[in-house]
Each structure stands twice: as structure tokens, then as C-alpha cells.
Design a protein around this ligand. Sequence first.
Ligand code: ATP
Ligand code: MG
Length: 233
Amino acid sequence: MLKIDNLHAAYGGIKALRGVSIEVKPGECVAVLGANGAGKSTLLKIISAVMKPVSGSITFCDRKIPSFPYLVVQCGIVHVPEGRQIFPNLTVYENLMVGAFLRNDKNGINQDLEWVYTLFPRLKERQHQYGGLLSGGEQQMLAISRGLMAHPKLLLLDEPSLGLAPIIVNQIFEILKEINKSGTAILIVEQNAYKALSVADRGYIMATGVIEKSGTSKELLSDEKLLKAYLGD
Ligand SMILES: Nc1ncnc2c1ncn2[C@@H]1O[C@H](COP(=O)(O)OP(=O)(O)OP(=O)(O)O)[C@@H](O)[C@H]1O
Ligand SMILES: [Mg+2]
């Protein structure tokens, strides 16, 4: 479904990605794990066309990925960014509708709205409150739901566990499993390897812009030394 081949990226002289190749098959949940500064966010920014690569190819459903972010959304890829980036001065409902901005299928939009309210009942309860008044966990739920409102085939998630209490992280990851089971493919980047591999089918380990290892979640989880070497405790 998503194929990335030999991707290179840089910020001026800083090489952030050096020959990254990964793929996501239809319906899969794939994790890219890496410590601070590994290049995880850079990878997602390039997929969603908010940043240009130096070289390399990306195809989605056998077609070259478009070079503008809104076209990437239109072809079925949605990016839930690091740090949530919800709109604090819009209500929960308005934030969700921003996610559906490129759609005009009213019935489909209403169905997806009901779906995200079923996944995250807290959002329904708080639908008329400003996004900025939500807790960190609720804002993460809102960011994921805003992404779902575009009805993606592939959801890109940048560190959804960041800064959240373990109990909230567990809740969110249970729902990510449900979203994936419903047929939406997921590419998740995380520092929290154990959590990410608990939902992912497969994973890649990235260090300083290079993919060092890949394997099924089971294989990676059983190699404690490897996880410690690249990701710490
Ligand atoms: N705007 C920028 N300008 C210059 N260098 C940058 C910029 N953004 C990222 N970098 C550098 O690129 C490399 C990869 O950064 P990136 O944000 O992709 O890592 P990450 O794996 O997402 O890290 P984190 O876990 O901290 O979010 C790092 O060396 C980082 O310092
Ligand atoms: Mg990052």
C-alpha cells in the first residue's frame, strides 16, 4: 500500500534520513521505533508532503505520492502530528469538522462523526467545549479523531503516547487496535516501543536516520537487548 524506497532528507547540512526503505501493506499496523532525533517525525512529514525529501521514492496504492499536503489527504493518508496540534480556539466539534474539510459526502461525514464519538465518548460529552480546555489525553483523542474524520485508508500517528499518563496511553492504544481492526492501516512512530509493538503487526527500528532492524512485533519484543541498545530502558 505504502512503499518508501531509499529516502534521504536533510535540514540544511543535517542529514535526518539516510536511505530509509519501509512498507505498509493494506490493513497492517506498522511501528517505526526510535529514540529522540532518530528521524521519525521527519519520515512522517515527508510522507504527508509538508517537507520535501532530498531523494527517494514514495508510492501509495502503486501511484507516486502527491507533492501537496491536501492532495495527500485526498488520496487517503492522514497525519496526526506530534504534540497533537489541535485548534485551541475551536470547539471539539469544530476541530472534528476541520478533519472533514475536503469531503462533501454529508452522510459519510455524519457516520464518521458518530463513529469517533463511539470510540471516544469523552469527545461527545465535551463536543461544545474549546479544544484548548481539554486535558492532554483528551486532546490526543481529538487529534486522532480529527484525522479519522478525513476517512483515511492510512493513518500516520506521531508519538500518540507522548506526555500522557500510562492509564490514558493504554486506553488510547486499545482504541488504535479497534481502528486498525476496522480496516484502517496505521503507521505509528513511537519512542514507547513496548506500547507500539503491542498494537503493531511489524516494526522497524530507526537510529540516526537509518533503519537498523525490522521484524514482526513478536520478534522485536523477544529481543530485549536490541530494544535496550536502540531505545534505552
Ligand atoms: N526544523 C529543524 N531544523 C533543523 N534540524 C532539525 C529540524 N527538525 C529536526 N531536525 C533534526 O533532524 C533529526 C531528526 O529529527 P526528527 O524530529 O525527525 O526526530 P524524531 O525521531 O521525531 O525525534 P523525537 O523523538 O524527539 O520527536 C534530528 O537530528 C533533529 O535535530
Ligand atoms: Mg518526533
